[in-house]
Design a protein around this ligand. Structure first.
Ligand code: FNR
Length: 383
């Protein structure tokens, strides 16, 4: 077993193990990837204040997100096609999250279905919805999530249309995902991945069976999305989805103060300040830059979480100290999943937890609730 000390180590192993088309699917942003890059580089611009001679015994990273106890302020973000990164990927990631005591979010675009994950885990998970051009499908999937005991509905509001990722088009990423001829060559060297896939029950989207067929260009995930997703999702429709669900709701993909105010007005329990990991509007601001103005505008009315760019416990600390009640990690856990399955996701969580715990101590803070902007040195040109 290689020594893994940080998330970058997991990424290196993942890159060696996973077929290129699936590695590229995770490790890419839209168009020039400016926003994707700045999501991480902007975190680096914020520095931490080292404090000393403060009693650091009895520390804890435990806190709550939307009223749920969590071992640290981190949830696994919804990530499509996890079941292609590792056989039964969604089940393995959900199990790792459950054992660690953090929420797992299942994507509409998962390979394992809501029912597959519910049967193989015991902690309630969050379900993320993409609305399709089909009211019956939307109603039905909400009912399936309720029946599975999901404890929150995450409505993704930043993907009515898909930001173009050049690599996916060039690799011929299809719906459902199938390796193209060119990718078979690459696959022949990825035997461990191939063996795993032979054992997995599902190789297509478990939640949207029956909605994959009949698109004009089945060889492209992006044209499938263009034909099947609902481009008319607006605040009225968001409110209707919230009513249909009737439980805790998190609106994911808010990057603007005015939209954050609307989210608070519709009565969501939380928002995730997010640019979809730099996969949607290239040229948009990084999430960490938009966090402070959004918290200042709505932080007293709605719980604010952040994702996009988190690769370490220090990044979690910076977001929480800025005022976020929680964070989500996407790629950081996908690297672990693709590298080593459940053990890799656990390792990613352990790495982030340890970095958060030690960094809190070195900033002179014993509890997550003690983190405030006083521990941050924020550049003047930051929002
Ligand atoms: C995503 N994301 C995403 N979001 C969502 O609401 N539904 C989805 O199905 C997916 N699918 C998906 C696939 C992959 C491969 C990635 C990398 C991301 C976005 C995700 O939930 C989250 O917002 C970002 O991953 C956060 O950025 P980081 O942590 O990856 O930098």
């Amino acid at each position: 077993m290689p020594v893994i000390t940080n998330i970058e180590d997991l990424k290196r192993i993942y890159r060696r193990r996973a077929p290129k088309m699936f590695y590229d699917y995770a490790e890419s942003g839209s168009w020039t990837e400016q926003t994707f890059r700045e999501n991480t580089s902007d975190f680096e611009q914020i520095r931490l204040r080292q404090r000393v001679a403060v009693d650091m015994s009895g520390r804890s990273t435990a806190t709550q997100m939307i009223g749920q106890d969590v071992a640290m302020p981190v949830a696994l973000a919804p990530v499509g096609l996890c079941g292609m990164q590792h056989a039964d990927g969604e089940i393995l990631a959900a199990r790792a999250a459950e054992k660690f005591g953090v929420p797992f979010t299942l994507s509409t675009m998962s390979i394992c279905s809501i029912e597959d994950v519910a049967e193989n885990t015991s902690a309630p998970f969050w379900f993320q919805i993409y609305t399709l051009n089909d009211d019956e499908f939307n109603r039905n999937i909400i009912n399936r999530a309720k029946a599975a005991g999901c404890s929150a509905l995450v409505i993704t509001v930043d993907l009515q249309v898909l930001g173009q990722r050049h690599k996916d088009l060039k690799n011929g990423l299809s719906a459902p995902p199938k390796p193209t001829l060119a990718n078979w060559l690459d696959l022949s060297t990825k035997w461990a991945w191939g063996l795993g896939m032979l054992q997995t029950k599902r190789r297509e989207f478990g939640n949207i069976v029956g909605h994959v067929e009949g698109v004009s260009d089945p060889s492209s995930l992006s044209s499938w999305t263009a034909e099947k997703f609902d481009p008319s999702l607006d605040w009225d429709k968001v409110r209707k989805l919230m009513d249909m669900w009737g439980g805790k709701v998190i609106l994911k993909g808010i990057l603007d103060v005015e939209d954050a105010v609307r989210a608070a007005e519709v009565g969501a329990d939380a928002i995730v300040v997010s640019n979809h990991g730099g996969r949607q509007l290239d040229g948009a601001m990084s999430s960490i830059r938009m966090l402070r103005p959004i918290i200042d505008a709505v932080g007293d009315r709605i719980e604010v979480h952040l994702d996009s760019g988190i690769r370490s416990g220090q990044d979690v600390l910076k977001a929480v100290a800025m005022g976020a009640k929680g964070t989500m990690i996407g790629r950081a856990f996908v690297y672990g999943l693709g590298a080593m399955g459940e053990a890799g996701v656990t390792r990613a969580l352990e790495v982030i937890h340890r970095e958060l715990d030690v960094s809190m101590a070195l900033c002179g803070r014993r509890h997550v609730g003690d983190l405030d902007r006083d521990v941050l040195l924020i550049p003047e040109d930051f929002e």
